[in-house]
Design a protein around this ligand. Structure first.
Ligand SMILES: Cc1ncc(COP(=O)(O)O)c(C=O)c1O
Length: 359
């Protein structure tokens, strides 16, 4: 597969978006429709009272809380302003114009620009139809130029997971100096016994593994911009130099500290998201939509079969004040990516699609 290099950086495209208003039913950004608990919001307000003061420089309190919960040392946890920023930081640190980064063809749209900004060539493996992380296809691309492998599980936009066995198979068949970045943005949503829930423990055996998790999804803090990475301390000693100091903010740190490990909140999020996902799957199937694979997070990738193509439906949904994503930006046109919303939002989507598809 052809690689892409720095000269291929596409023009910056997330500007002047007119769709951020509250008037829209926003099912386009894989946000959590459930707000954080009141306690967490109050922690944010309390932090504002000291906003004239810089935050804890490396978020030590939160790092300590996360690492003790996971049975790791605090120097294995690194905080950042969301996992996207962490992806850029890691790529700046471990990839450059002499090397290659491997990643999935159908996956999170932030990866290609981040790789290209690092100067490395982006070598994509085909996951069209399998929708997950195809270990054989990845291994075929690994060579002496490979610097980083990007994995996404559950994968955005398809919702497919990589299994623990697949992850171990990959890690045990690549050179130990290749950094494997496993993006687990939707980790807390997964309810599948084959998932790599203990990926952070695998670091002891595979010190080239870097796990990315975020507070933006199941923890309901997308607007706060905070996420974290887990890896051996050596990785953060290097990558830490590529992230400006004081990137973390006081409000995000306080809210993340308060919500981290909140089982009650996570159980509620999982339960209501599962219910919404099952509702959407049932009704989209009834309306003739093809559903890609087995979605394990808070979104679905679906293909219309009612005679209207995905971009037409997306446009018509927008005219009805509903925002969903069309998948061209993920490497395959023709599908819609729909975030699970609140009950009324899901119902409104299905009613509208039934009308648009004239059923
Ligand atoms: C796979 C994946 N990684 C990371 C992110 C963004 O995470 P953050 O908000 O922590 O930057 C998203 C957001 O949609 C995502 O889908």
């Amino acid at each position: 597969m052809r690689g892409m290099g720095r000269g291929d950086i596409p023009p910056y495209r997330f500007k002047n978006m007119s769709e951020w208003g509250e008037a829209y039913t926003r099912l386009s950004l894989n946000e959590n429709f459930i707000s954080p608990p009141d306690r967490v919001i109050k922690a944010g307000y309390r932090a504002v009272n000291s906003i004239n003061r810089y935050p804890e420089i490396d978020g030590y309190s939160l790092r300590k809380k996360i690492s003790s919960h996971l049975g790791l040392t605090s120097d294995m946890v690194f905080l950042s302003g969301g996992s996207i920023l962490l992806i850029y930081t890691l790529l700046y640190a471990f990839a450059d114009s002499t090397g290659e980064v491997i990643g999935p063809k159908v996956s999170f749209a932030a990866y290609p620009p981040a790789v290209m900004a690092s100067g490395a060539r982006y070598m994509v493996f085909d996951n069209e139809g399998t929708w997950g992380m195809d270990v054989e296809a990845i291994l075929q691309l690994v060579n002496e130029k490979t610097q980083v492998i990007l994995l996404c599980s559950p994968n955005n936009p398809t919702g497919a997971i990589m299994t623990r066995n697949e992850l171990i198979k990959l890690l045990s068949n690549i050179p130990s100096d290749v950094i494997v970045v496993l993006d687990e943005a939707y980790y807390e949503y997964v309810e599948n016994e084959n998932y790599h829930y203990d990926s952070h423990k695998l670091i002891a055996t595979y010190p080239n593994l870097v796990i990315l998790r975020t507070f933006s999804k199941a923890y309901s803090l997308a607007g706060a911009r905070i996420g974290y990475g887990i890896a051996v301390p050596k990785i953060w000693e290097i990558a830490g130099n590529f992230q400006p100091i004081y990137i973390l903010n006081r409000v995000a740190l306080a809210m993340a500290y308060e919500v981290y490990g909140d089982k009650k909140h996570l159980d509620k999020v999982r339960k209501l998201t599962r219910k919404g996902r099952e509702y959407l799957i049932e009704h989209l199937a009834r309306l003739g939509f093809e559903i890609a694979g087995k979605p394990e997070a808070n979104f679905l990738m679906v293909k219309p079969t009612c005679g209207k193509d995905a971009s037409t439906l997306r446009k018509e949904l927008r005219e009805n004040k509903i925002l969903v994503n069309e998948t061209s930006m993920y490497g395959i046109p023709g599908w819609l990516r729909i975030t699970v919303g609140a009950e009324k939002e899901n119902e409104y989507l299905i009613e509208t699609l039934a009308k648009l598809c004239a059923l």
